[in-house]
Design a protein around this ligand. Structure first.
Ligand code: PLP
Length: 465
């Protein structure tokens, strides 16, 4: 057995529980067959062609469109990443302007680089209680559109990585009044709309381009995603051209069948009923926490459509623990693998793939850890500084660069992204200047044990010459 297969096999047999993607949670959820190789084919006779779908794949994509209430849907096998690259490329002309929420995924920045776009940012509010980015508001979008009349499209993320849900309907109305398309990165919302009483999906609200990672919140294989299109503002032929560019020419039929299975499963009556019951019990049981705090606090917050069902933030803000310390305890003492960690919280993810065991083990671990804490502290979290832009990303990435120690970078424009990973929100985009505040912020993040991408192991950063 090879090194990786050996490690994967060993891990699959361990007692580590996954509070992370993919949404099948390493269970054989739905009808996923275990024997994949006998079904792994390419575009042979009778199996259609993803890039020009006319028979079976056309039928599957039409089925997906009906499931999500979209006019047209496309299967993606290169993750939401390729859907986002394609959506931005079709919605904004080469060299144009795009308005985005700053907490966007790196694929948005990559599209801006490839298409030489000028980016304008909406900085989401930071929740004081949980230190997470809130969803962008209709008012923020309205103001930003007034300030930047040259933008050709708007892109927001909802739900956010942490599960905050935007008022997409109101935002779509504002954007459409300007006669331009709205793109919603709904990578974390492939499950929306299948559970009654909770938030619905953006495709159903007439959003022009919506991207879902099926693998994140539904029981599908990693890399599977969907792109939905509505309305007249997007040219469908050009969109197909970009999908041909950004997707592999050898789409996996195994992955494509996994999309169909996951969506079928989500559409079944009562597909989410066990999850809803267990989720509500989890929140009720965790209301007994004295020091750690959770978001959502109760099912009502999910029914109010502000916080997504399935995303649990565990805040260490009022305890003597940091986020990374809680993460380490969950992992090493309890063999529970969270989705991600930040300075003052840990994020755990639940989907319909979770078992009763997953809810029980996390509840017991958190109550036990909490009982040993003193509490009362206010873990102060440093504020991410808003940087100044010296040159656009596409200029910076083409310019000559050098390396300097972080401590000597003040005043120099960054040559590489500096990200906190996960979730990957940029602290600095190439072309934005290092300031005293950014350097201090980065030092604090590293001292907290957070993973800062863009620094060499010697503490150097890339800067423009
Ligand atoms: C908000 C957001 N959008 C897009 C993506 C890209 O999704 P994928 O991994 O399916 O390419 C991610 C991945 O983590 C994400 O968090």
């Amino acid at each position: 057995m090879g090194i990786l297969l050996d490690r994967l096999t060993e891990y699959s047999q361990s007692d580590f529980y996954p509070y992370h993607m993919p949404g099948h949670k390493r269970n054989t959820a739905g009808d996923l067959p275990v024997d994949w190789t006998s079904r792994d084919i390419t575009e042979i006779e009778g199996f259609d062609n993803l890039h020009d779908a006319d028979t079976v794949l056309k039928e599957l994509q039409e089925k997906a469109a009906r499931a999500y209430g979209a006019e047209e849907s496309f299967y993606l096998v290169n993750g939401s990443t390729c859907g986002i690259l394609s959506a931005i490329s079709v919605a904004v002309p080469f060299g144009g302007e795009l308005l985005i929420a700053r907490n966007c995924h790196k694929s948005i920045y990559h599209a801006a680089y490839l298409r030489q776009l000028k980016l304008h940012y909406i900085y989401p509010e930071i929740s004081k209680d949980y230190d997470i980015c809130e969803a962008v508001t209709p008012m923020q979008v309205q103001d930003a559109l007034e300030a930047h009349p040259g933008v050709s499209a708007v892109l927001i993320v909802s739900p956010t990585y942490e599960g905050r849900i935007a008022n997409v309907k109101a935002i779509a109305k504002i954007v459409h009044e300007k006669g331009i398309p709205l793109i919603v990165d709904e990578a974390h919302g492939a499950h929306l709309g299948f559970t009654s009483g909770f938030a619905i999906n953006s495709a159903r609200m007439g959003v022009d381009l919506v991207i879902n990672s099926v693998h994140k919140t539904l029981p599908a294989m990693t890399q599977t995603a969907l792109l939905h299109v509505n309305g007249e503002l997007v040219d469908r032929q050009t969109l197909k051209r970009f999908l041909r560019i950004y997707q592999t020419s050898s789409p996996s039929y195994v992955l494509m069948s996994s999309i169909e299975e996951a969506v079928e499963m989500a559409m079944e009556d009562n597909a989410f009923s066990d999850m809803e019951v267990r989720w509500e019990k989890l929140l009720t049981d965790l209301s007994g926490l004295r020091n750690l705090k959770i978001l959502p606090n109760c099912m009502e917050e999910c029914r109010n459509k502000q916080q997504d069902i399935g995303k649990l933030i565990i805040s260490t803000k009022e305890t003597e623990l940091s986020g990374p310390q809680l993460y380490d305890m969950l992992l090493s003492e309890y063999h529970l693998q969270p989705e991600m960690v930040c300075e003052s919280y840990v994020l755990c993810m639940f989907t319909i793939g979770d078992t009763e065991e997953g809810y029980d083990r996390l509840t017991k671990a958190l109550l036990a850890i909490d009982a040993k804490l003193q509490g009362g502290q206010k873990h102060s979290v440093s504020k991410m500084p808003i940087p100044e832009i010296e040159v656009p990303l596409y200029v910076a990435w083409e310019q000559e660069q050098g390396e300097v120690p972080l401590t000597e970078a003040e005043g120099r424009p960054a040559g590489e992204f500096i990200n906190l990973y996960p979730p990957g929100t940029p602290i600095l985009v190439p072309g934005e200047r290092f300031t005293k505040e950014t350097i201090t912020y980065l030092e604090v993040c590293m001292a907290e044990g957070l993973q800062v991408q863009g620094l060499s192991k010697y503490g150097n950063v890339r800067v423009l010459q």
